[in-house]
Design a binder for this molecule. Sequence first.
Ligand code: MF3
Ligand code: CO
Ligand code: CO
Length: 277
Amino acid sequence: MTINHPHSIRIKNDAEIAAMRVACRLASEVLDAITPIIRPGCTTLDIDRLAAETMRQQGTHSATIGYQPPGYPPYPGHLCTSVNHVVCHGIPSEKPLKKGDIVNVDVTVITPEGWYGDTSRMYEVGECSIAARRLCRLTYEAMWVGIDQVKAGAHLGDIGHAIQKFAHANRLSVVREYCGHGIGRGFHEEPQVLHYGQAGSGPLLEPGMIFTIEPMLNLGRREVRELKDGWTVVTRDRSLSAQWEHTILVTPTGYEVLTVSEGTPPPPLFFGDAALH
Ligand code: MF3
Ligand code: CO
Ligand code: CO
């Protein structure tokens, strides 16, 4: 017999889901807008400024600028730019990107109605090493292996279990200190979506739940540390790290990826047509 643990994961109604589709599409369109400028010589502050201008044109604003969870200084960027061994929360700076760098750009917007959309992609700056390209591709596939678990009646823990299994089969490590999260009128709502764990554990997924899946995978060891700026997270062994993020709606039969726009990369081929609903 299974026990139904109570949870406080908000279930969104049809109107709320419609509002989240808009917020998430707009977040994805900010990534589309910054994509063409990412090349050697571009600074991460150039990316930040273009994103800020794009949000201004959209009528959205950045959820990250001034964001200050307990114990943190206010975050200074309109988005996060995490280069090479930076795992997440990299702060935009005047340092130019160089050929061979990999960079995660993570955008969270807030619509005028107060809804949050959160998504990130990896970018290869010029030609990258085979190891860097492999890490970016496998991390993308790992996110999709997690997404593929999502349907009403599945357990939350099925997602993390599938991601961890896939990562380890490919000799990559999974960062544990940061996780996906419920999202809606709040940036980080319940539940916490771990990228590791046990199948069959955690609450049951119900239609109308909305959360992010955003695995961070490392070429080396999983341990991370935070820099003195209070935000930037790096791998302890300075190995390369990658991350991708989508915001996902649980549907009766599966899932809907909400963070989609013209520039969204297609699902990995091994998902075939299953991912196209
Ligand atoms: N967008 C990140 C996430 O996926 C959070 C960034 S918080 C910041 O949850 F302050 F670092 F920007
Ligand atoms: Co997120
Ligand atoms: Co994010």
